[in-house]
Design a protein around this ligand. Structure first.
Ligand SMILES: O=C(O)CCCC[C@@H]1SC[C@@H]2NC(=O)N[C@@H]21
Length: 275
């Protein structure tokens, strides 16, 4: 399979015509997120992109490992330094990235939905086809590394299922129009820049940015009875009733509303199925 073509991506996506300040493709690294977090201390610019052909220590949410074999996916991180957005609003960036990934899936003819906050599921079995890891990169200024792992081809090694037994899938298995990773990376970075620009102009408010309704429309968690695994390891059962303009999930836990800022959800069933 052809490697990701950095010069083609740079020609399309770098300033002055494109949205990004810098873009590199490396053949192998531990984790592109870790590399960009480190780059922040060296003064890396807003909208710096790092893509790897392979990661040897790809990290997922909640300390999980992100399987990153050579050539099977797009392992990509973007450093964002949105000066006018407050710390409190940064959580919604991962929702923005989730939307961008579903934009790409749809452009490739793959029907994808989101599991709150940002797992991208595709196919009749709703397998996980992409995951997003958003990490603060500085304690004293606004800097976030947004990492996206997108499965393009099936992994040559077995992948452990996600929370709730979620199987892995890939764009190829779901009939994507192309598996050319340069083309897919270009679509992904363009969609992300577009969505993130609206988010930034609205200072991180998803509703004001016109992103909240798109998210609600694509979020398969809404209306489901779920088990939520909280950031502290606790669990909560309820019906997912909405997502707010900061990307938080609103759960109805039997008459009482709880707002979840972070965590994992396992879809149990929809209330209609229960009756
Ligand atoms: O669903 C998850 O758990 C999030 C997975 C995020 C994986 C991506 S791959 C590129 C970037 N570098 C990493 O080490 N992780 C993210």
């Amino acid at each position: 399979m052809a490697p990701i073509d950095a010069s083609r991506l740079r020609a399309d996506l770098l300033r002055p015509a494109g949205p990004y300040a810098a873009l590199d493709v490396v053949s192998v690294t531990g984790s592109t997120n870790a590399d960009l977090r480190m780059a922040v201390t060296e003064g890396a610019e807003d909208r710096t992109v790092l893509i790897a052909e392979e990661q040897t220590a790809g990290s997922g949410r909640r300390g999980r490992v992100w399987n990153s074999p050579p050539g099977a996916g797009i392992y990509c991180s973007v450093l964002l330094r949105p000066r006018d957005v407050s710390f409190a609003r940064l959580g919604s960036l991962s929702v923005v990235a989730g939307l961008a990934v579903t934009d790409v899936a749809s452009a490739l003819g793959v029907d994808a939905v989101l599991k709150w906050p940002n797992d991208v599921l595709a196919g009749p079995e709703r397998g996980k086809c992409a995951g997003i890891l958003s990490e603060a990169a500085s304690s004293d200024e606004i800097a976030v590394v947004l990492g996206i792992g997108l499965n393009v081809r099936p992994s040559p090694v077995p992948v452990s299922p996600g929370p709730g037994g979620l199987p892995a899938t890939s764009l190829r298995e779901q009939g994507a129009r192309t598996t050319d990773r340069t083309q897919i990376a270009a679509l992904l970075l363009a969609a992300l820049a577009d969505r993130e620009d609206s988010w930034r102009q609205a200072r991180g408010d998803l509703a004001a940015a016109g992103l909240l309704q798109d998210y609600r429309d694509r979020c398969a968690t809404l209306g489901q009875e779920v088990k939520a695994i909280l950031a502290d390891g606790g669990t909560l059962f309820g019906v997912a009733v909405d997502v707010d303009d900061a990307g938080q999930l609103i759960l109805d836990t039997g008459g009482r509303r709880r707002t979840l800022y972070a965590g994992d959800v396992v879809h149990l069933r929809s209330p209609q199925q229960a009756s």
